[in-house]
Write a protein that binds this ligand. Sequence first.
Ligand code: GLN
Length: 566
Amino acid sequence: MATKHIFITGGVVSSLGKGLTSAAIGMILERRGLKVSMQKLDPYINVDPGTMSPFQHGEVYVTDDGAETDLDLGHYERFTHAQLTKASNFTTGKIYRSVIEKERRGDYLGKTVQVIPHITDALKAGIAEGVNKDVDVAITEIGGTVGDIESLPFLEAVRQYALDRPQGDVMFIHLTLLPYLRASGELKTKPTQQSVGKLREIGIQPDVLICRTEVPMEEGMDKKISLFCNVREDCVIEEKDVDFSIYEVPLDLVKRGLDRIICVRLGLPFVDETPFGDWKEMIERIRRIDQTVEIGIVGKYVELHDAYKSIYESLSHAGIAHDVDVVLRKVAAETLEDESDVQRALAGVHGVLVPGGFGERGLEGKIRAIRWARENGTPFFGICLGMQCAVIEYARNVLGLEDAHTLEHSPETENAVISLMDDQEGVPLGGTMRLGAYACDLRPGTLAADLYGANHVDERHRHRYEFNNRFRDLFEASDMTISGVNPERDLVEIVEIPGHPFFIGVQFHPEFKSRPLSPQPVFKGFIGAAKEASRGGVAGGALEGRTATDPAGGPLAHDDSGTVNR
Ligand code: GLN
């Protein structure tokens, strides 16, 4: 069977949760026995989000093969088994770069190079490249909003792509907003009509409209939208804000019959049962949660929920496994200027997590927070820069290397416990990013080996600096254990303090491999330890009055705006 394609566009406004909806569509098709691939096309000019500030774009999601990609790919991996690679995310910049490189090589044989056909051809080739082998349905999400100048070549390319394929092999799903006017108490369809109008102007007729709405659609509204947008009435689907957990989205779409509509439209077999037992059980389990643990997140980008998206999701997964709601206390690292700031900011938390990051801002605050967690016996989990800070803190305050630092921010220090990695011959690699999956051998008998229940794991990386092996013996002789090492390059991957209730720092980004039904082991262990700490009464009354469904309390299932993880 030839691969079928679904293109997903968005209209009216951005931030409709298109990535999440696309991932949910992938999941419901997978659960019907189909093999899917997932891809995102981003209209911005950056070649990838690697150089963009998390404040601009949220976190950079890293794939196994080392691509720095859009955070929507995180949703894809958390909801589906699609294999994501460098070909799973194309931007305008990446496409233009490849076309310009070809032009410079003379590959266009003197022709004038133009948006149509050269850019659109490169886009079509990119779409085809993102289809993994033996895939039944390739799902491609188009970033941006229909009507944007930047999206035009993308829409033109997918229109052409559909034209090149047999009739019936491609479908278009348009995600749109029905704004609710509080004053008149009604939902409005006009923006949807106009956005579909824009699509039809380009030559794309959506097959399905998914209407995001705050309140249920009124009687007859689907008929009206159908009439004005030229979409069959049963293909106008309501997607109301979920009031509980984002994991309800796939079930809601199934309830509305979207999986059946897609299968019928693309001529795919439809297995008429609902294989969602484990997923429903998980939702039930979340509903029953009546305990909370509070985790202090000491980072640089705490104001923006998307900046640490995968970390928050991973904490949520670990919380589900332990039947606790994870409440986040987001602490801006640069506000921790002395010990009393730290005490004030972190008193009562059951765990401290220091995420990865770049740049010097807040570095000393992170180090102070880690010292507090280490000396207080509060569970600590450091990720990438967080692990590097834990090493610096230990070197300064326990090993007596007062000027211990990272070469990244202190090129002069004698004691660069974190430095650039050396290659096999000892020649510094000069700041090459270690990106993507690398192997890690775990030392038997350590916390890390215990958490993973394995001797060997793979985790994803995104950093330039490393634990400096010159200091390895000094650490080995101390109470800080090196429990994970990359075997090819002998690089330290994990450090831990065995005498502490839970103290672990990892050089990689474990948050990219957590799934709702299979939480990442270190996150799971961390939340387990935090739950233990909460039983010990460390939290005092800090959590009183907050429940799993109280947005104001800021539990993990809710983002800063109070809506569920959107
Ligand atoms: N800035 C540090 C490095 O490059 C850490 C990076 C990170 O946390 N992702 O090594």
